[in-house]
Ligand binder design. Structure first.
Ligand code: SF4
Length: 381
């Protein structure tokens, strides 16, 4: 059977954060109920193609993302997991993650998740500075983050991620590193540290897009985060992700290595048999279709040979270990240099890419300017 990763999108949040352009919004209990009825229907319908009766796929990871999955009643999550177990071949050691936000979970809720089979918790912390949390429009305090972490440990979770953000308005090097230090003191197994991106249409964009971002400061924060986390035993395994030994996020690694994944729920994206598609982002349309996969499917794109190569490089080089030339040749039937000699040579000369025998990866300098470096592998650049 082929491995399949399952993403389940829960678009609900308590309130909208000022920087957020994710597909998420506050909604009432009635909307939650209608949504989960449609979502269950979608998962049942997909099982005809991907389920255990068909026998082609084994689900190796499940990721409840959002939005704030912990903003809905935990019985909805339990029911989805029961449905997946009933209709899909779920691997015994499947990684099963849920994103939670401090202020929306109790120890009891976390116990229900654990009992239902969730084995990885991802906590949306973003900062351990009260002023920064307020600026972001988050509903929680630093104390809520600590309480959520402790509650997750008490509920039995041995695999916890904490999300942090840099490049926030008025954030200083010291305030950021203080957040990193406080998070490390909790000893989570995984830390994601992303840089804030100002997205058009958000209150943050209106307020801060005219401000010139201090690239030197961002670079300094990034380098010190990597150094500090390494010193504390965290492997830097992807541009923005760090973990203790054995705790890479298996679900996200599937995205970066172009494994197959099925996205369910509002706006969720999939990659199946070299075809990308996504569900409608229109909530009413999703409910009206009762999650029927054919009705809600949009933006179907069959990836041609070149698009696959671009993705292979663009996503694979996000991993710090990079890619292997021999894997490229096995996948595409051509030596990598026949396709990308110019990009490889120029990036290597500029100190952004390193070629060590079979392995090709970004250098630390290349990681710092990854958007530029990765774009060199696009054919229309
Ligand atoms: S909690 Fe997350 S998904 Fe929800 S509004 Fe805030 S940033 Fe967006």
């Amino acid at each position: 059977m082929k491995p399949l990763s399952l993403y389940v999108h829960i678009p609900f949040c308590i309130q909208k954060c000022d920087y957020c352009d994710f597909l998420s919004f506050p909604a009432d209990d009635g909307a939650h109920a209608a949504y989960f009825a449609a979502l269950e229907n979608e998962l049942s319908a997909h099982s005809l193609a991907f389920g255990k009766d068909k026998g082609d796929y084994e689900v190796v990871s499940i990721f409840f993302g959002g939005g704030t999955p912990s903003a809905v009643n935990e019985t909805y999550i339990e029911r989805i997991l029961t449905l997946v177990r009933t209709h899909y071949a779920l691997s015994n050691d499947a990684e099963c993650s849920i994103e939670v936000n401090p202020g929306t979970v109790s120890e009891e809720k976390l116990r229900v998740y654990h009992h239902a089979g969730i084995n990885r918790i991802s906590i949306g912390c973003q900062s351990m500075q009260e002023e920064e949390l307020q600026t972001l429009g988050r509903i929680h305090t630093k104390e809520d983050v600590i309480a959520t972490f402790k509650a997750a440990r008490a509920a039995g979770f041995q695999n916890i991620n904490i999300d942090l953000m840099s490049a926030l308005p008025d954030q200083t090097f010291d305030s950021y590193m203080d957040s990193v230090t406080q998070v490390v003191a909790l000893a989570p197994e995984h830390i994601s540290a992303y840089s804030l991106i100002l997205e058009e249409g958000t209150p943050f964009y209106e307020e801060y897009s005219e401000e010139v971002r201090d690239e030197d400061l961002s670079l300094e924060m990034y380098q010190e985060t990597t150094r500090y986390l390494k010193e504390h035993g965290y492997e830097h395994y992807e541009i923005s992700n760090y973990c203790l030994d054995g705790y890479r996020c298996r679900h996200n690694v599937v995205y970066w290595t172009r494994g197959e994944y099925l996205g369910t729920g509002l706006g969720a994206a999939s990659l199946i048999c070299e075809t990308r598609f996504r569900n409608t982002e229109d909530f009413d349309a999703y409910i009206a279709a009762n999650g029927d996969p054919k009705t809600i499917r949009e933006d179907v794109e069959e990836l041609d040979y070149h698009a696959r190569m671009e993705e292979y490089m663009f996503l694979g080089l996000r991993m710090i270990e990079g890619i292997r030339a021999s894997d490229f040749e096995k996948t595409f039937g051509h030596p990598i240099r026949r396709i990308y000699a110019k990009a490889i040579d120029e990036l290597t000369k500029d100190g952004l890419l390193a070629v060590n025998g079979d392995q090709i990866c970004l250098t630390p300098t290349g990681v710092n300017v990854s958007n530029y470096a990765l774009a060199r592998f696009l054919f229309d650049e």
